[in-house]
Each structure stands twice: as structure tokens, then as C-alpha cells.
Write a protein that binds this ligand. Structure first.
Ligand code: C2E
Ligand code: CA
Ligand code: CA
Length: 761
């Protein structure tokens, strides 16, 4: 399941909140509607209660007046008189539909003219209900509410009120007035009842006196049916539960009570009820719940509609937001996955797309790891904006050549994926690209020729995981870097070399502590005399695991991991100590010590070196530093300053590996150096390469011109020596005379001069 975004969560929250608010509002409104309804019911009940009582009081006053001088008629004349009296009463009281007078047995004595003609009035009077009411009336000394009746002849629904007339405590007649129901005055009229309110009056024998329910209007016989006992019982129980009012309390207090009762699923209503204790009737007003809905639901529906409309608008707004958010998210994702400068995908892109790309070519592909050579120099010398322009052009050239997956890995590193694994083809491709990159790039009016080194790995041969491939490509690239502007295919042998490199790095840190380092010395012989005038100190490392590690393997590593200074101090200390001792036995000797640029430029190296000389003062010992031309590449002035300090305290400077670097002749004359050491590679070629031979000759001539000593290294053959002698080279160093020797062997060498005997040690 897709998880909702934060935005949609907020939306959901808003919907739920508005729904909740609406529910609360709805509940409140419902409560208010009920409260209003209750107020109205109470008012209506009150009005009906009091008006009914007023009506009965009025009836009572009529009865009282009639009974004051009531005489039981004993002849026709008396009856006529009684009739006219009651007709007058009916005439003056519009609510009285008819009036009759009966004797205590219930026999009709007189009736008002409206009902007098009714034939069966006598029979009517004799029915059990009438008798029952008569009995009730006889027992009371007050008006008694009788039964409802529909009088078809009058076409009226009436309610009878009876009164027993007494003379000396004895009932002499029973008066009955028939009150018409729908008389406004008594608030029994439906027109007063709004929005479904129902008014009902009933006697304490649970017969309705009046009900505004429609069925009572349609079929007045309904009045003859008493309220079912279950209903009464339930109502009493609810009254007790909801209001804590018992029937007795209700009947004694005349109190108005509100009850919410549910008679049946369809009949759920609010009621108010009150009891009149004198005339013994109840007024009951009620309203059914569904009638209240009519008032409540329109508002609620309107509010729900508003809420839906609001939420819909909000939905549209959120959708818009969401779209915008998605767009900007997409933009961000693109930015996060692409290099801003060149627009190429970056390493994050690579990490997330590598698997699918690899799968698309069944895991068979090659990876080029491209690193621009000396790019730092361009940045430092020409500024970053020039560097940026060059990178943009490089990226463009990559895109022109390679169409699959090109990544800017960072800085001046690019990664190219090619769905090919043919090694010859890949090498060709890489070399073509190197050439392509070398075509001039113009940035800020300067032309640059960019050289690069490319490491190549093939999947699945060299691995399938990105991490593995990258680290192997990196190894191959570093190998290519050694030669510059080259492409190199990764091989297991290369990996072993890399592992060897790592092992050296690990072991070298504690080599001095473990006493694995020692010094050997290679004699330097004067061509003129054949005498050894000095030695070059060379360091040796015999490691517990790696065995003998040649210095050209570990010196660069010592430099790269920053322990060259420590190593250099050991070398200087040991060499000076050992050769100084030797001087005391064999006389003057010159000690040449190799120092790297890093060492020379380290703060305090000069002071250390000076202290070492002073530690073993010996006039027979002279010191030379062998430095390479790389010394002068970075900061010429600083190099001159540093070397001058050594020169000032009598330490000579020899320019090692001379001829392989790029020093100009004009530069040479301004440097504080004393010796040119012709590189072994020229000596190697001197016999069969005319060019090398001439170069050696030139170097020796320049040396002479600049009054610099010249020394040839790597002299192995007598023939080489012969040529060098002819050219006038001052000093010779090489296996021809001796391999580098330990201090002990050097002593023997110096004492015997027997080169052959010691050469193979
Ligand atoms: P380098 O300073 O040019 O040292 C000369 C190298 O040529 C030495 O190799 C030496 O043994 C070798 N060699 C001398 N004569 C012959 C010969 O006739 N034939 C052949 N095939 N080789 C000859 P090594 O000792 O292996 O040193 C290699 C490089 O390591 C040195 O080159 C130097 O750059 C560096 N290195 C050696 N010792 C030290 C040191 O104590 N300090 C520093 N900074 N670098 C050192
Ligand atoms: Ca050297
Ligand atoms: Ca050298």
C-alpha cells in the first residue's frame, strides 16, 4: 500500500477535524432543537392546562349557579321552565354544544333543544359508560369530566362535564354539559399546534378527553379506547428514571415534567405532562422526534453541504499543492542525481541506477574510470572558472563519444559504462578518447590540452558489484596515472601489486621500531685516480612478512603516508654515524644522502641535519644531498632558499637523475648546486644509443662549463666507463666498481680496494 504523503495526511486531518466539528455542532444544534421543543411543549402544556381548568371552573360556576335554586320539576310546566333555563345556558355559552339534566338514577329530566329531538337519547344515557360516569359523578362534590362522544346528529365531538346537584347532602339531579372540542378558547385546537406538536388530555382512568392526533380527528370512536396499560407503565417508568418523579408526586404537586420516551422504533417523542388534582385530568404535550428532524435536518444538510464544498475546494487546493510539490520534488531529485556543472548524472544517480543498467546488458559491460591529469594545477593557476569550463567541455566530449551511461564521479573524475567486453577494442576506444581529449580546449582565451588517465574494468570478469568494479577501476586508473595519458586494463596482477602496496603501507609505519631498516653504501670512484672518494647512502628494508622491499617501492609510499620525515631522520642519523666512524679509519670520505622534496621542505629538517653534523664533528667527512629536479617545479624561490642554507654550512647539492626532468639550462646556472648526477637510463643506453651518448656528452660539457662535478650512476660495464672517461666525467658509481655495501663490507672494500671480491655480496 502506498503511504500517504504528508500533504495528504494534513488533508485527511482537516477532513476529520471538520467532520468532528460538524458532529459537535450537529449534536449541539440537536440539543438546542430539543430544548426549544421542550420549552414550547411546556408552554403549550401550561396554556392547555390552565385554559382547561378555567373552562372547568367556568362550567363549575354555571353548575353552581343552576344548582343554587334548583327545584326538581314535578309537572310539565316545571320541565319547560328547566328546559328554557338550560337553553339559555347553551345560548350564552358557545362552547356548550348541549346540556342535559338527569335524576340520580340517570333518567333524563330535561335536555337542551339541540339534543331534545334525539330519539334514542334515553338508550344512549343507559349505556354502561354513561352509567360508569354517572356513578363517578354521584361520588364527587365537584364537576367530573366524562367521556368523549361523537354526536352524529350534531356532527360534533363533544366532551361531557357532569355535576351532581345536592340538597341537604342528597343528590337531587345530575347536570351534564357537552363541551365542543374545537373551541379556540380552550387551546384544544389544532391550529395552535405547530410543527407536529401533539396535545392530549386524559382523565385519571386513562381515557382521552382530547387528542390532537389525526386518528382521533378522523375516527372519534378512538376516544372510547383507554390508553394501553403497557404504554402507561412504560411512561411512568421513564418518568421515574429520567426525572425521578413518581406518579404520586406528579399527581400531588401539579408539577410540569418533561420526559423523552421511546415507545416503539417509530414512535420516539418528547413529552411534557401535568396533572390537575382538582378536576383529575392530565395534560400531555408531545412532539415526535421525526418532526424535530424536519427542523434540524435542513440546517444540518446545509452545513454538511458547506463542509463538503469546503473540503472539495481544499481538495483541489491540496491537489494543486501536491502537483507543485511533486514537480519540485522531481526537480530536486534531478538536481540530486545530476551534476550541476556538466549536467551529467552523478554518483548518487549511479548508485540507484547501476543495477538496472547492468541488468539491461546482462551484466556484461566495461567501466572506464577517467581522471584528468594535473587538473589541480589548472584550477590553482588559472582559477576555478577556467577549470569549470574545461570540465564542461570534457563532459560534452564524453557525451559525443559515449552514448550509454556517463557519470561525473566528482572533481575531475568521470565514469563511463560501455556494453562491450573485448579488451583490445576497449583499449582502442579508451586511447581514442584520450587523444580526443587532447584536442585543444579553449577556456578564457587560453588553449589547454587535457591529458587523462583511464582505468578499465570488465564485468563480470573483474566483478559484478559497483563497489568492487569502482575500486578495481581505481587501481587500474592509478596504474595508468603512473604513466599519464594512458589507459590501463585492470588485471589480477595489478590487484596483487595494489595489495602489495597496501601491505607496504601497513608494515612501513612500524619498520623503524622493529629495526627492519638498515643502510648500505655504494662507492663513488674518481675517474682520474680510480680512488673511492665517497659513497651514496641507500636505505634497505627487510620486512618480517614482505621480505626485502626495494626503496623505489616503499619510499614513495612513505612520502604519501607522511612518514618520510621520520624515515629520513633515521637515514641521516644512521648514515652519518656509520660513515663518520669509517672516516676515522680510512680518512676523508664524502657521504651522499638522498633526500626527497617533501623532506627538504619540512620545517626543522635543516636544523636537524645541522645538529647531526655537529653531533659528530669530523673534518674528513663531507656531506652531499642528492635532490631531484622535481624540487624546482613547485616553488623555485623556496627551493633555492632551502638549498642555499645547506650550501652555506658546507653541504653540497647533487642533482640526482639528471636529464630525466625538465630543467632548463638557464635555470641550472642560477641554482645553488655542485654536482650533476647523470641518470642511469642514459648510461644504460650509452653503448648502443647514439642519442643517449651525445646527451651524456652534453651533460658532462655543461657541467664543466658551469663548474659542476659530474657523476655517472649505474655504470656496469668497462666499455661504459671507457666512454665516460673519454667524455671527462668526474665520478663513477655502479656495479662495475661495487654494489651498495654494508658498513662492514664497505670498510673491507675501502681497505683492499678489491672490487671483484665484494661485488657480489
Ligand atoms: P637513486 O638515488 O637513483 O639510487 C640509485 C639506485 O641505482 C640504487 O637503487 C642503486 O642500488 C642502483 N644502482 C647503482 N648502481 C647500479 C648499477 O650499476 N646497476 C643497477 N641496475 N643499479 C644500480 P636502490 O638502492 O634500489 O634505490 C632506488 C631509489 O630509491 C634511489 O634511486 C632513490 O631514489 C631511492 N632511495 C634509496 N635510498 C634512499 C634514501 O636513503 N633516501 C631517499 N630519499 N631515497 C632513497
Ligand atoms: Ca641517488
Ligand atoms: Ca639516480
Amino acid at each position: 500500500m502506498k503511504v500517504l504523503s504528508n500533504l495528504w495526511r494534513i488533508y485527511l486531518f482537516v477532513i476529520l477535524s471538520t467532520a468532528f466539528a460538524l458532529a459537535v455542532l450537529g449534536a449541539y444544534q440537536w440539543h438546542m432543537v430539543k430544548k426549544d421543543a421542550d420549552t414550547e411543549l411546556r408552554y403549550l402544556n401550561d396554556v392547555s392546562f390552565t385554559s382547561t381548568r378555567a373552562m372547568l371552573d367556568y362550567q363549575k360556576s354555571i353548575f353552581d349557579r343552576l344548582s343554587e335554586d334548583f327545584v326538581v320539576p314535578d309537572n310539565n310546566n316545571g320541565i319547560e321552565k328547566l328546559k328554557s333555563t338550560i337553553d339559555r345556558v347553551v345560548k350564552h355559552n358557545p362552547e356548550i354544544a348541549a346540556f342535559m339534566v338527569r335524576d340520580p338514577e340517570g333518567k333524563l329530566m330535561a335536555a337542551s333543544s339541540q339534543i331534545a329531538p334525539i330519539n334514542n337519547l334515553g338508550t344512549l344515557i343507559n349505556d354502561p359508560l354513561t352509567q360508569y360516569n354517572l356513578q363517578r359523578t354521584l361520588k364527587q362534590n365537584k364537576p367530573v369530566i366524562g367521556s368523549n362522544r361523537f354526536i352524529p346528529q350534531l356532527n360534533k365531538q363533544i366532551i361531557a362535564v357532569h355535576y351532581a346537584v345536592r340538597n341537604n347532602g342528597k343528590v337531587i339531579a345530575v347536570l351534564t354539559s357537552a363541551i365542543e372540542h374545537s373551541i379556540d378558547r380552550y387551546a384544544w385546537n389544532n391550529s395552535r399546534l405547530t410543527r407536529g406538536t401533539i396535545l392530549q388530555l386524559f382523565r385519571d382512568d386513562y381515557h382521552f378527553i382530547y387528542s390532537s392526533r389525526p386518528q382521533y380527528q378522523q375516527d372519534p370512536k378512538e376516544y372510547l379506547v383507554p390508553i394501553p396499560a403497557v404504554m402507561v407503565d412504560y411512561f411512568i417508568e421513564q418518568m421515574q428514571v429520567q426525572e425521578g418523579v413518581s406518579p404520586d408526586t406528579l399527581r400531588s404537586g401539579g408539577k410540569l415534567v418533561s420526559v423523552n420516551a421511546l415507545f416503539a422504533p417509530g414512535m420516539d417523542a418528547l413529552f411534557t405532562i401535568r396533572y390537575e388534582p382538582y378536576y383529575n385530568y392530565y395534560t400531555l404535550t408531545s412532539i415526535e422526534r421525526h418532526s424535530l428532524y424536519g427542523e434540524f435536518l435542513p440546517t444540518l444538510s446545509w452545513q454538511i453541504a458547506m463542509m463538503i464544498a469546503f473540503n472539495f475546494l481544499l481538495f483541489l487546493m491540496f491537489k494543486l499543492f501536491n502537483q507543485e510539490q511533486k514537480k519540485s520534488q522531481k526537480r530536486l531529485v534531478f538536481q540530486a542525481n545530476h551534476d550541476q556543472l556538466t549536467g551529467l548524472p552523478n554518483r548518487y544517480y549511479l548508485a540507484s541506477h547501476f543495477d538496472s543498467w547492468s541488468a539491461s546488458c546482462q551484466g556484461k559491460f566495461a567501466l572506464f574510470f577517467i581522471d584528468l591529469d594535473n587538473f589541480k594545477v589548472i584550477n590553482d593557476h588559472y582559477g576555478h572558472s577556467t577549470g569549470d569550463n574545461i570540465l564542461i567541455e570534457v563532459a560534452r566530449r564524453i557525451e559525443v563519444q559515449f552514448k550509454d551511461l556517463n557519470i561525473r564521479h566528482g572533481g575531475d573524475e568521470f565514469i563511463i559504462f560501455i556494453p562491450e567486453v573485448d579488451r583490445a577494442f576497449l583499449l582502442q576506444l579508451a586511447n581514442n578518447f584520450i587523444n580526443d581529449l587532447m584536442q585543444p580546449i579553449t577556456a578564457h582565451n587560453t588553449e589547454f590540452s587535457v591529458t587523462s588517465s583511464i582505468g578499465i574494468v570488465c564485468a563480470p570478469n573483474n566483478g559484478s558489484e559497483l563497489e568492487v568494479l569502482l575500486s578495481k577501476a581505481d587501481i587500474a586508473m592509478y596504474e595508468a596515472k603512473k604513466h599519464r595519458n594512458e589507459a590501463f586494463l585492470f588485471s589480477d596482477e595489478l590487484e596483487q601489486r595494489s595489495a602489495y602496496h597496501t601491505a607496504i603501507e601497513r608494515e612501513l609505519r612500524s619498520a623503524i621500531e622493529r629495526n627492519e631498516l638498515s643502510m648500505v653504501y655504494q662507492p663513488q670512484v674518481a675517474t682520474s685516480t680510480g680512488k673511492t672518494i665517497g659513497v651514496e647512502a641507500l636505505v634497505r628494508w627487510n620486512n618480517r612478512q614482505l621480505g626485502i622491499v626495494p626503496p623505489c617501492d616503499f619510499i614513495p609510499i612513505a612520502e604519501s603516508i607522511g612518514i618520510m620525515n621520520e624515515l629520513g631522520q633515521f637515514i641521516t642519523f644512521t648514515a652519518i654515524t656509520e660513515i663518520e666512524e669509517l672516516c676515522r679509519q680510512v680518512g676523508p670520505l664524502r657521504l651522499s644522502i638522498n633526500v626527497s622534496v617533501q623532506q627538504l621542505l619540512t620545517d626543522g629538517f635543516f636544523e636537524f641535519f645541522q645538529a647531526e653534523i655537529e653531533r659528530r664533528p669530523n673534518d674528513d667527512l663531507s656531506l652531499t644531498l642528492e635532490v631531484t629536479e622535481s624540487m624546482f617545479i613547485e616553488d623555485l624561490q623556496l627551493a633555492i632558499f632551502v638549498l642555499q642554507r645547506f650550501s652555506n654550512i658546507g653541504v653540497e647539492i647533487s642533482l640526482d637523475d639528471f636529464g630525466t626532468g625538465f630543467s632548463s639550462l638557464s635555470l641550472l646556472s642560477s641554482l645553488p648546486i655542485h654536482e650533476l648526477k647523470i641518470d642511469k637510463s642514459f648510461i644504460d643506453d650509452i653503448l648502443n644509443d647514439e642519442k643517449a651518448k651525445r646527451l651524456v656528452h652534453s651533460i658532462i660539457s655543461i657541467g664543466k662549463d658551469l663548474k659542476l662535478t659530474t657523476i655517472a650512476e649505474g655504470v656496469e660495464e668497462k666499455t661504459q666507463l671507457a666512454i665516460l672517461q673519454v667524455f671527462g666525467c668526474d665520478l663513477i658509481q655502479g656495479y662495475y666498481y661495487s654494489k651498495p655495501l654494508t658498513k662492514v663490507n664497505l670498510l673491507a672494500f675501502l681497505l683492499t680496494g678489491d672490487t671483484k671480491a665484494l661485488a657480489n655480496q
